[in-house]
Design a protein around this ligand. Structure first.
Ligand SMILES: *[C@@H]1O[C@H](CO)[C@@H](O)[C@H](O)[C@H]1NC(C)=O
Length: 245
């Protein structure tokens, strides 16, 4: 019998109200999968935000890998509700999967950049567009990843029999101040955000280790340069920005 697989994406935004939908939503899907005999593996889209948040992260620390989990206390202290929701939902998902013998694999993309198919941008792409309208940029340092690599990571997680556990999917880690510098060079005709937000707790140095995903078959993650070239072209084609070069 062919393997039947299911991918689901937790779309969460907002404040503390996101905890309930993230937890209940993922558990509802997992319970349904556990009941359906045809589901052989579940691939869950988690996030690098379920990995990177904790006290005392240092630039000199070894790269963060799949053994690391975000600290819920840190997330609560800095009101990082999205990371908190992702961390708790993933923990609960793996605990449930283990208890019923469900094969669960999780993919952890960082900040996703690249062409999009929706008519209006959502989530991370919406933040990028706001950077090109001159608003302030987030005081955040995090990994960036091309959407093509996120798609490939999910396909590998579904299709490679040995895939197991968690998979970080992230290219370089940069601060948004680096991103606005890149955008200024690529978009001389636009007003790029120039003021940093005063948010605390999201700008610590860290590195992300995508070796496990590379070993699964994604040998070369696309560069930050390429992901921004691709998203800018897409913004322009959809009429969301004017001539920018
Ligand atoms: C993952 O990170 C932990 C903590 O830094 C380290 O002890 C471990 O060796 C790493 N594992 C791999 C496979 O690199």
């Amino acid at each position: 019998m062919a393997m039947t697989l299911l991918v689901f994406i937790l779309q969460t935004s907002g404040e503390v109200t996101m905890l309930d939908p993230a937890l209940k939503g993922s558990m509802n899907v997992l319970k349904a999968c556990a009941k359906a005999a045809s589901v052989k593996r579940v691939v869950m889209t988690s996030s690098s935000s379920a990995i990177r948040y904790d006290y005392n992260r240092q630039a000199t620390d070894p790269p963060l890998n799949e053994s690391v989990w975000s600290n819920p206390e840190y997330c609560r202290e800095y009101k990082l509700w999205y990371p908190l929701a992702k961390t708790l939902a993933e923990r609960e998902a793996f605990a449930f999967a283990a208890s019923v013998g469900l094969d669960l694999v999780a993919v952890h993309p960082s900040f996703v950049v690249g062409p999009f198919i929706t008519p209006v941008p959502q989530s991370s792409i919406k933040i990028l567009l706001s950077l090109l309208k001159g608003s302030e940029y987030p005081n955040s340092r995090l990994g960036f990843v091309h959407i093509d690599d996120v798609v490939t990571a999910h396909l590998l997680a579904m299709e490679v029999p040995e895939a197991n556990g968690r998979y970080i999917c992230s290219s370089d880690v940069l601060h948004f101040s680096d991103i606005v510098d890149i955008l200024r060079l690529k978009c001389p005709k636009l007003t790029v955000a120039s003021r940093c937000s005063d948010r605390k707790g999201d700008n610590f140095h860290h590195k992300m280790d995508s070796t496990k995903l590379k070993n699964l078959g994604l040998a070369q993650l696309k560069s930050v340069d390429q992901m921004f070239d691709d998203v800018l072209k897409c913004f322009h084609e959809k009429g969301l920005i004017g001539d920018y070069q």
